[in-house]
Design a protein around this ligand. Structure first.
Ligand SMILES: [Zn+2]
Length: 449
């Protein structure tokens, strides 16, 4: 067993033991009606605000901007009157956001962002355990298991290194395995299928791009056993074509999970396919360019107020993500607030000359096209793009197909952006993964927005 797995096992056992007292609370939260969930959030928020005003240097130093909430009945409009906290402020005054009352064992992790100085994010052992209890309660529900389901992970956090010959790492006697992200190749298909087929029920977890790659590699080899699995995707936008290939080859159902490293919000996909914001982790607002709440169906910036992390309270923190606002109730019966489609990080949105941000351009422009295995759109200027394309075996030689694809892509981009532009196509064997955690970027924007 390697030291990374050993540390993972110790951390997991610690979280599970410390998380035991939270189990009931975490289970009960699914049954709350809207009024109960609103009242619960109000109470936690007011306590968090009081704590921040008393124990956290940044809020103490800016006391006039963070007054006490006198009219608790209208706590939401009070919250909306507080300043928006930018990532820049959190970065510049990083240590000032850490509570003076720090429980024993509080540690920090740093963000893995590819740009700028990493942020230090502090978290106490109990906060880790609480968050762990919340997500595992959800995993248990979607996998229809009494205990935590066995987990097969495919993410850059824990994976054998690129030059390793190991196909996977195993923990807890195989109840948790970490597949090698770099070994998703046809040569390993049979062995990967053998590993997966050992499980009677399990959850696959990973980046959508990595799970889609696994789905491509296994093809239809798992058709007889795939319904034993559900998949949870996180950390990247779950594109429709990824969902389709993961569900057709790997599992009965994909559920998306949308959170952030800052830990101040979490949205989970329900049976009806909608994203619900978990009331115990945070409050999500979606705002337009004038800092006003977006209307139903409008895309806006995500502002999150953390309710779980007292070690580092973040009030109205701008995550840098864009999401569609969604009002109303869900037919699944869960009363938690809804959000609509997740467009992605601001860095994943194409910038137009008139200042608009447009998401999902890669999906729109390659929809219904044949022969494309994977692609990446790079914006060089408002009207200049490079499209990197990996063609399926044999398709590159079909010049009619290549020409008609190129025509369709350029046409779709022009239509979506509303102006003339140039697209240069590059055909490559693979799209390079970026950053330490090997995330796939479908869109790279090299223009200052
Ligand atoms: Zn729902």
């Amino acid at each position: 067993m390697n030291s990374k797995i050993r540390r993972h096992m110790i951390a997991t056992v610690t979280k599970r033991v410390l998380g035991l007292p939270f189990r009931k609370k975490v289970k009960d939260i699914w049954r709350l009606n809207q009024a109960e969930s609103e009242a619960l959030q109000r109470d936690i928020f007011l306590k968090m605000l009081k704590h921040a005003r008393t124990n956290v240097p940044y809020y103490l130093a800016n006391a006039s901007s963070y007054p006490a909430c006198e009219d608790t009945e209208h706590w939401r409009s009070f919250l909306q009157s507080l300043p928006i906290l930018s990532k820049g402020t959190l970065r510049d005054a990083n240590e000032q956001f850490v509570s003076k009352k720090r429980p024993l064992g509080t540690t920090f992790h740093t963000t893995s962002g590819t740009t700028g100085t990493p942020l230090k994010l502090w978290v106490s052992p109990l906060e880790r355990a609480f968050a762990d209890a919340i997500v595992f309660d959800w995993y248990r529900r979607i996998a229809h298991t009494k205990r935590y389901p066995p987990q097969i992970s495919l993410s850059g956090f824990m994976t054998p290194s690129e030059d390793s010959s190991q196909l996977y790492w195993s923990a807890f006697g195989g109840r948790s395995i970490f597949l090698n992200m770099y070994a998703l190749k046809e040569d390993h298909r049979d062995e990967i299928c053998r590993i997966l087929a050992r499980y009677r029920k399990a959850m696959l977890y990973g980046y959508p791009s990595a799970l889609a790659e696994l789905a491509r590699v296994v093809g239809d080899s798992l058709r007889d056993v795939k319904d034993r699995f559900v998949a949870v995707t996180s950390a990247e936008v779950l594109r429709p074509q990824y969902r389709e290939s993961i569900e057709s080859n790997l599992c009965s159902r994909v559920y998306d999970q949308y959170g952030s490293q800052e830990g101040c919000h979490l949205a989970l996909e329900c049976e009806a396919g909608n994203m619900h914001v978990h009331p115990l982790i945070g409050i999500v607002e979606i705002l337009n360019g004038r800092d006003k709440p977006c209307n139903d169906g409008e895309m806006g910036r995500v502002i999150a107020t953390g309710l779980l992390k007292r070690t580092m309270p973040l009030i109205r923190y701008e995550l840098g993500d864009f999401v569609v606002a969604r009002e109303g109730t869900c037919c699944c019966g869960l009363s938690w607030p809804l959000i609509g489609a997740i467009a992605g990080r601001d860095e994943d949105l194409v910038v137009t000359s008139d200042g608009r941000r447009v998401g999902h351009l890669d999906t729109v422009s390659t929809k219904h096209l044949n022969g494309i295995a994977e692609s990446q759109l790079i914006q060089k200027a408002y009207d200049r793009f490079v499209y990197r394309i990996v063609m399926l075996p044999g398709a590159r030689e079909n010049s009619d197909l290549v020409a008609s694809n190129e025509r369709r892509i350029a046409e779709q981009l022009r239509r979506r952006l509303g102006y003339d532009l140039l697209v240069c196509f590059q055909y490559v064997d693979a799209i390079p993964r970026e950053g330490g955690r090997s995330k796939f970027k479908a869109i790279v924007v090299e223009v200052e927005g």
